[in-house]
Ligand binder design. Sequence first.
Ligand code: CA
Length: 234
Amino acid sequence: MSKKLLIVEDEKSIIDILSFNLKREGYETIEAMDGETGLELARSDNPDLILLDVMLPKLDGFEVCRKLRQEGATTPVIMLTAREEESDKILGLEIGADDYITKPFSMRELLARIKANIRRSKMEESASGTSREGDQIVAGDLRIDLGRLEVFKSGKPVDLTQREFELIKFLASAPNKVFSREELMEKVWNYDYYGDIRTVDVTIRRLREKIEDDPANPRYIITRRGAGYMFTEA
Ligand code: CA
């Protein structure tokens, strides 16, 4: 299957050059000309990699990248920086971009970076035991269907509440990454303030009873004492 690249860039001429060359290399491309649309397409179309300009209308590239990482998306991001400024590169990498390339760039160099970043992210996915296939996340005997908003265990649907589904989706989208209760409260419950974080523990316990063979000895949702929870395939 051809890899899908999302180009977020407000200069039509650059989009045209990029999409022409990328299609010739066998990639499928989708395009957005402002940050907001880019963010929406990144969420809805599950691209294999994002080429993200920094200076964009509505939402700049840094904000787009920051939001995606906050939501747990692990899609590789290459920032397209217009300036040779060190501060831009450092900020980009700090907020979770994987790579950056300075304009004007050579197509050959960009293609090499795209290949390298897609390869690395696929290797990380398979090392984690969790794979993303289109609209679903598969780990062991679990299948999380992001389109149908359903979880299947050994092919049988698991009856989850909406919050339980949101929680497993969030954790499984960033396997092997530990999230504190406060972070989960903020990202999954959308609380800006830190409410009663025991809510997180209770929901985790219910979720384990539904998806784990032995909830006392979980295989998928692991507790990191003093730190929080993470999704893995142990
Ligand atoms: Ca721009």
